[in-house]
Each structure stands twice: as C-alpha cells, then as structure tokens.
Design a protein around this ligand. Structure first.
Ligand SMILES: O=C(O)C1=C[C@@H](OP(=O)(O)O)[C@@H](O)[C@H](O)C1
Ligand SMILES: C=C(OP(=O)(O)O)C(=O)O
Length: 447
C-alpha cells in the first residue's frame, strides 16, 4: 500500500477581511484528461496551466509507466508524446494512484481494452472506495479483475484486445464511470454507448472530440467509435471551479471581504456551487466572460454578503458534487436552516463527507443534523464560529474537508484546528499560501 504522509496539523482563526486577487490552479478533471488523452495521441501535445497536485502527478506517473513520454519544462509547460490508441505498454510495477479516484477509474477504463495487465494501489482512503461501479461495465467489455474484498484496491486487471463494445446505462450519476467506459471504447472495435439520465461533467466528451475522436452526444446517449486515432493538440487548462469554491465561500462569509478569482472554468456542468450561493444571496459577479479552448471561462468578483438558508436543489448535486463540504460551511453562517439532501454519493468520496462534515462542524459549535443523503445545518446568521477549543477536526485524508474547515476558521472567534492539512496537496498545493496573501493567518501546529 501507498505509504501515509506525515500529518501536518494546522490552525486558522479570523484575521479580518479577505481582499485581493487569486488565480486558482488548473482544473483537476481537465488536467487528468489532458495527460491521458495526450498520452494516447500521435504527436506532441503542449499543456499549459496543468494542476501540479499529487492526484494529477499520479496520473502522469501511470501514463509514463505505460509508455507515454511526459515532461515538465522549466516554464511550467508540459510536453506529452503519446503512444497511439492501442499502444499502451505493460507497466512493470504497480500503478500507485495515491488518493485519486479519477486517476484510478479512468485509467482502469484505458487498460480494459489494451492487451496488458496492471495492478492498481492507493492510499488508505482510496483503498476504501468502491471500484465495482467500473469493474462491472469493464468486465462486460471483456476485462478480467482480481480485486480486494468489496471490489476495492489493491486490484489487478487484465485488459482484452479487441474488447467488446457495450451499451451501458449508468446506474449512478458519475463522470468517472461514464469516462471509464468511453475510454475503454476508444480502443474497442465498433460503437460503445453510455446512457446517462442525469448529466455529469462533460470534459471527456469535449476533450475526446478535440483530440479527433468520433464522439456524439444525442440526448442522454454518448457514443464513441472505437479504434480511434487521437491527434496531439495544445491545451490551456482553465482554473478549477472546485478550488475557486473555497474563495467564493470565504469571501462571502468573512465581513468586509472583496476577492477576485481569475480565470475560472464556467462549464455549466461545474457551476452548481455558484448557483446555490447566489440563491443564498451571495454577491458573485462574472467578469470578462470568454472562451478558452472551447470552454467558458470568467473572472469572479466575490464580496461579503449576508447569506440566507435554502433547500439545496438535489438536481444541482452533479454540478457541485465536490463542493458540498464548503457549501455546508456557507450554510453554517447563513440565516436559518439549510437542508441539503439527495447527495448520497458524498458517502463514497475521499471520506464519508456527510459524516466528516457533521463531525467537523459539530466540533466547531454548529448544530447539524445528519441524514442518510445529506445534512441539515442551523445557520448562525453571520455570527463567527466558536472554534474547536483544544480539539482538532479530523480531515480523514480528505483535501476538501481540510480546506472547507480552513475556510470556516477564517470567520471563527477562536481557532479552528485541523489534525492534518497534508491532503490539501492532492488538489491545491498553494491553498495555504493563497489564504495568506488574502489576509488569513494559518499557523502550523506540532504533530
Ligand atoms: O470525472 C471527474 O473528473 C470527477 C468526477 C467526480 O467523481 P464521480 O464520477 O465519482 O462523481 C468528482 O467527484 C471527481 O472529483 C472528479
Ligand atoms: C472526489 C474527488 O476526487 P477523486 O474522486 O478523483 O479522488 C474530489 O476531488 O473531491
């Protein structure tokens, strides 16, 4: 198994308004896919703005282990020369996926239709997450699996070439499962179809088309023609709306704040948090809207505003699935009781995010009711949080819990302490430094 990182306890307390400009790192979903698709394409792709977080670096290492040439230049641009669809090589050692569900499930899709055997391992968090949701369709396409009990990592899979095209109706709203099947379809003769009744992020569809795959979306049906040839291209990765979400909430809850977040991806499958915050009364202005490589991008100016509780529409869930932890923080400062249901998927992320946030907010003095599929939160109508006293919030190897609770600390009478902030490096290595530039005062504690 992946060795655990040394825990890095952190404390954060109110330090006045947050002001200034931030640039968030490249979108995580697009970064993973850039490396995978460029790694399968013919020719050299150049990628600018890649997220250099641990999750994406795990994807880079795995693609290298299967033959792609991937280099980072000193100016931050990444150059990738691919192996061609069908050209992935047998990895010589186990593929270490670290903490990353996206790397694991999408790469399993790629391996499924190549004539190679690969072992996937991950950290303690990833090793608890369900892989049956991809094992099931990929087995139908002909891949063979030996997984740990409960269809978990470590697992070894053997791809089949040629694989069998399938038509697959997603039993769960998941872009990772959709993408795994489409990626397996890339090297499968004929047409592979995925039917999704609830739309999820569509980066695989947009980007595969951009790389030259024959992919169509008709209503709920996504179809890809296999034995595709992908051609290298240049990619500018826009800023990650999930990372921007922390500053949207921080600026909304800390009195006097005025923060501009530059270059944020505004793909409508990703803007659910912004919609929910605006329903709560947040002041978020979309500035300078533009198109970057086929994606909508804008700068966001967020100013402090009193927030009101809402019933979070469950249909927003897929477009804000990773943002619930920080939405729960916004709810804790709102006037009234916020109810967020229909988000059962949160139980199978890096941690059980429903239980983790109920415990974390409870420790910081917020009254929370846990439901099987969400939380109800009694808002404090703008009053600062009490803080965690002598206790520390458990981040449970989950970057989003650590960052959400750091945001909560930015409007707390006494510090919010977090037992381990090291998971933040999986998706947002500069988060703490950025918090400091905006005026927050995080302090590292003794382990
Ligand atoms: O496809 C992707 O890039 C992702 C899909 C989502 O997972 P699910 O497909 O499990 O909902 C999301 O939580 C994850 O952070 C990234
Ligand atoms: C769920 C997440 O990522 P992954 O599934 O890739 O681990 C996340 O980033 O919140």
């Amino acid at each position: 198994m992946h060795p655990p990182a040394t825990p890095r306890p952190l404390s954060i307390a109110a330090a006045g308004p947050l002001t200034g400009e931030v640039t968030v790192p490249g979108d995580k979903s697009i970064s993973h896919r850039s490396l995978m698709f460029a790694g399968l394409a013919i020719g050299e792709s150049r990628i600018r703005g890649l997220l250099e977080g641990e999750d994406v670096l795990a994807t880079a290492a795995a693609m290298r282990a299967m033959g792609a040439s991937i280099e980072r230049r000193d100016d931050g641009e990444w150059r990738v020369s691919g192996v061609g669809v069908g050209g992935l090589l047998q990895p010589q050692t186990a593929l270490d996926m670290g903490n990353s569900g996206t790397s694991t499930r999408l790469l399993m899709g790629l391996v499924a239709s190549h004539p190679i055997t690969a072992t996937f391992i991950g950290d303690a968090s990833l090793s608890k997450r369900p892989m049956g949701r991809v094992i099931e369709p990929l087995s139908r396409m002909g891949a063979d699996f030996t997984a740990s009990p409960g269809d978990r990592l470590p697992l070894t899979m053997r791809g089949l070439c040629p694989a069998v095209p399938i038509e697959y109706r997603l039993p769960v709203a998941s872009a990772q499962v959709k993408s795994a099947v489409l990626l397996a379809g890339l090297n499968t003769p004929g047409i592979t179809r995925v039917i999704e009744s609830v739309p999820t992020r569509d980066h695989s569809e947009r980007m595969l088309r951009g790389f030259g795959a024959e992919l169509t979306v008709e209503g709920e049906v996504v179809s890809i023609r296999g034995e595709a040839e992908l051609r290298a291209r240049d990619i500018d990765v826009p800023g990650d709306p999930s990372s921007a979400g922390f500053w949207m909430v921080a600026a909304s809850i800390v009195p006097g704040s005025d923060v501009t977040i530059r270059n944020v991806l505004m793909n409508p499958t990703r803007t659910g948090l912004m919609t929910a915050l605006q329903m709560m009364g947040a002041s978020i202005e979309r500035l300078n809207p533009r198109d970057v490589g086929g994606e909508d991008v804008a700068d966001l100016r967020v100013r402090h505003a009193p927030l009101s509780a809402i019933e979070v529409p469950p249909e927003l869930a897929p477009s804000m699935i990773d943002e619930y932890p920080v939405l729960f923080v916004a709810a804790a400062f709102s006037k009234g009781r916020t109810v967020a249901r229909g988000a059962h998927e949160l139980r199978v992320k890096e941690s059980d995010r429903i239980a983790a946030m109920a415990a974390a907010l409870g420790l910081a003095g917020v009254s929370v009711e846990e439901h099987e599929d969400g939380l109800s939160i009694e808002g404090r109508d703008g009053e600062p949080l009490a803080g965690t006293g002598g206790d520390r919030v458990a981040s449970l190897l989950d970057h989003r819990i650590a960052m959400a609770m750091a945001v909560a600390g930015m409007h707390a009478a006494h510090a919010v302490a977090i037992d381990d902030a090291s998971p933040i490096a999986t998706s947002y290595p500069d988060f703490i430094a950025t918090a400091q530039t905006l005026g927050a005062q995080p302090t590292w504690l003794e382990a």
